[in-house]
Design a protein. Structure first.
Ligand code: ADP
Ligand code: MG
Length: 379
């Protein structure tokens, strides 16, 4: 339904805002353009309704080259929600919602019933129709902005950071609401954001831009599983990779494969040096074959400094450990239940192969996996 063919935009003055964009979207897709500020998102979006015209390439809507259409007519066939809240303060909510309908010369009665119908979609009562924007909360105003875009029932809707100005809770609620609405109404949406959470939540397909160039286009799942490059990875954030990447399930995939260790035949003085150099207060102890024997820590060293000479003398054996293919989820649970600071990871022969620390892991994934409720009961 929407197609970009070698589309570029070079502004007067020489800035190339969009460079050779090739994309194709189906009817009913929720498409999210994402990228850092200045990467060309707004430019791309405005080229779709010809508020900006491409310097090269073509854009097709339902097979029609948009440059061959009348721009005013084109714009009326496309819903548009902009970054700012953008309600007209001197117009009532009904007038705001039915602005486009008025332009399209819908009769008054029909405009009113359409506005009522739309309000009910977001669970707002008809009495809001007579109010003015300043009488509504920020979230409600933004809902009206969204409804205004839906009013004329255009099949294609452009939304440029529509929820950017909202507080996180309102934004979250509106995202859910809007996603449901989109499914129900079967609209094609082109949505711009710089917030990856928002993109992952809403999009059927995400288009990642950098410096006007396409970096990656794929479903949220594809992007999480196989980020095209480091830029995308960074944009997704390592934290999210851990929680959302469905193929990260075992401890081996997230452990630190270079734990600080010492062998049990070493002298304690060496152990102290190793601790100091690595800034750790505990060392995993292994034998010559790399099999985990236990651990030593600063406390044990302190208490036995006089009589002990070797690591073996103060070794605390039977350290709790997990197998490398243990589930991340279970391991976090154990770390929390036992109040551990870290867990050594071993293979089937108990060779030490890594370490998972509480700070590196729990802090990162905890909230998102279980939320606050279980945090309390687990502690
Ligand atoms: P985004 O929406 O991703 O933040 P924009 O599409 O607004 O990015 O801008 C892309 C690039 O084009 C930026 O470097 C911006 O400064 C530049 N740009 C945007 N509009 C104009 C303009 N009218 N004239 C010149 N340069 C512009
Ligand atoms: Mg922008």
């Amino acid at each position: 339904m929407l197609k970009f063919e070698h589309v570029s935009k070079k502004y007067k003055g020489g800035k190339t805002a969009v460079s050779n964009l090739n994309l194709e979207f189906k009817k009913g897709e929720f498409i999210v353009f994402i990228g850092p500020s200045g990467c060309g998102k707004t430019t791309t979006m405005k080229m779709i309704n010809r508020l900006i015209e491409p310097t090269e390439g073509k854009i097709f809507i339902n097979g029609e080259d948009i440059m061959e259409k009348d721009p005013v007519k084109l714009r009326r066939e496309i819903g548009y929600v902009i970054q700012q809240i953008g309600l007209f303060p001197h117009m009532t909510i009904q007038e705001n919602i039915s602005l486009v309908l008025k332009l399209l010369k819908w009769p008054e009665e029909k405009r009113k019933s359409r506005a009522e119908e739309l309000l009910s979609l977001v669970d707002m009562t008809p009495d809001y129709l007579e109010r003015y924007p300043h009488e509504l909360s920020g979230g409600q105003q933004q809902r009206i902005g969204v409804l205004r875009a839906l009013a004329a029932d255009q099949p294609l809707i452009l939304m440029d950071e529509p929820f950017g100005a909202l507080d996180p809770i309102t934004r979250d609620a509106l995202q859910d609401e809007f996603k449901n609405l989109q499914k129900k109404l079967d609209k094609t949406i082109v949505f711009v954001t710089h917030d990856m959470d928002e993109a992952l939540k809403l999009a059927d397909r995400i288009v990642i831009l950098r410096d006007g160039q396409l970096v990656q286009c794929g479903t949220p799942d594809e992007i999480l599983r196989e980020p095209a490059d480091e830029f995308v990875e960074e944009f997704i954030g390592k934290e999210r990779l851990v929680q959302a990447k469905p193929n990260i399930t075992t401890v081996e995939q997230i452990m630190n494969a270079h734990p600080v260790t010492i062998t049990s035949d070493e002298q304690l003085s060496n152990a102290i040096t190793v601790m100091k150099t690595n800034r750790v207060d505990s060392l995993l102890v292994i034998d010559q074959e790399g099999v985990l024997e236990g651990y030593i820590d600063v406390e044990a060293i302190d208490q036995n400094r006089k009589k002990a000479k070797d690591v073996a003398d103060i070794l605390i054996p039977d350290t709790f450990s997990v197998y490398k293919d243990a589930l991340v989820r279970d391991t976090i649970r154990q770390i929390l239940k036992k109040g551990l600071k870290y867990v050594p990871v071993v293979d089937e022969q108990r060779h030490l192969v890594g370490i998972v620390t509480r700070t590196s892991l729990v802090d990162i994934v905890y909230d998102s996996i279980w939320g606050d409720e279980e945090l309390e009961s687990a502690q």
